[in-house]
Write a protein that binds this ligand. Structure first.
Ligand SMILES: [Zn+2]
Length: 333
């Protein structure tokens, strides 16, 4: 892409050439630990107990993850966004939820805009682009990646964002390209978070910042709810981090954590009712939640809730830039 001032991502052309991710048959092989490399996990929940996958915990480092994997979820996610009438059910309520949750990221959005005025920001998995649009509004040059074609189109049409329907690896950005990278509620879905974090480090400028947020599990709610905990039951979640395992993962990928937050989440009444409907499989409540989500009063009643089950780190890419320490490559390889 060179070093010109603003290189557009080759959008549809590149997507058409992107490698086609096959859908292999259900996998039965166990997956080694993404943090320490060991293949010695204890089973926390057998398949079908908490979610459709088997949830294990590495005896070496404590990382929790799904093993074996029962599907290739990126291919699934991508397919749901194909065609003009995408099958992915991004209902009015989930669109509204994304807009409401912009305020949950206000601190990090401001921190990035203040640290790198007018700088180049990438959001990996920007979904419909509501958060990235805030950074654009603050004068940042923004690029989004969103493998789901439906969400990608929405981000372009609704916010005029430059978003490509591909993964970070497929986008193949140049080295030292971005001042900041956001990855919000994405890392728990990745098949190889360590590889993706190293790729983020590569495309970040030295001293650039990664903002990463994910559910965490060193919490009273996981202790209390166990297999019913709201994030562990999500079939799309492959990794379940704690404050410690995410910090160590970032460090191993070549980042230095500079800020830790346990952020709150903006909740609207329709979401609370929807959660109860889901937990107890009550269809009428679910319909009520969907109806409520379409009303304005739902947004007016939004409030921040913090039960401590989210984790956000700001981490700086440590990559020499003329001051490389001897042996650094080995240390982070
Ligand atoms: Zn491990």
């Amino acid at each position: 892409m060179g070093s010109s001032e603003h290189e557009p991502v080759p959008l549809d052309a590149a997507a058409a050439e992107a490698p086609v991710l096959g859908r292999p048959d259900a996998r039965t092989d166990s997956v080694p630990c993404n943090l320490c490399g060991a293949d010695d996990p204890e089973v926390l929940f057998e398949a079908g107990v908490a979610q459709e996958g088997r949830v294990v915990r590495c005896r070496g480092c404590g990382l929790m993850y799904v093993s074996p994997r029962r599907r290739v979820e990126l291919a699934d996610y991508r397919e749901r966004g194909e065609g003009e009438d995408a099958g992915w059910p991004l209902s009015p309520s989930s669109l509204e939820r994304q807009r409401n949750q912009v305020r949950d990221y206000r601190h990090s959005v401001r921190a990035v805009a203040e640290a790198y005025p007018g700088g180049r920001v990438l959001e990996v998995g920007c979904c419909t682009g509501a958060v990235l649009a805030e950074l654009k509004r603050l004068g940042m040059r923004c690029i989004g990646l969103e493998p789901n074609g439906w969400a990608c189109r929405y981000a372009r049409e609704e916010y005029g964002l430059e978003v490509a329907p591909m993964t970070l690896e497929e986008a193949a950005f140049p080295d030292d390209h971005f001042d900041a990278v956001l990855m919000l509620h994405v890392i728990e879905h990745l098949t190889d978070p360590m590889a993706t974090l190293r790729e983020i480090r590569r495309v970040l400028k030295p001293g650039g910042t990664l903002v990463v947020e994910t559910p965490r599990y060193d919490t009273w709610s996981f202790e209390l709810m166990g297999r019913r905990e709201r994030n562990v039951v999500d079939d799309w979640h492959l990794y379940f981090y704690t404050t410690e395992t995410l910090r160590r993962t970032l460090e191993k990928a070549g980042f230095r954590v500079v800020e830790k937050r346990v952020p709150s989440r903006t909740v609207v009444p329709s979401r609370l009712i929807g959660a109860v409907a889901k937990a107890f499989r009550l269809r009428f409540l679910d319909r009520m939640a969907h109806g409520l989500a379409r009303t304005r009063v739902n947004s007016w009643l939004a409030f921040p809730l913090n039960i401590g089950d989210l984790l956000r780190y700001h981490a700086v890419a440590e990559k020499g830039g003329g001051t490389a320490k001897p042996g650094e490559r080995e240390a982070v390889a």
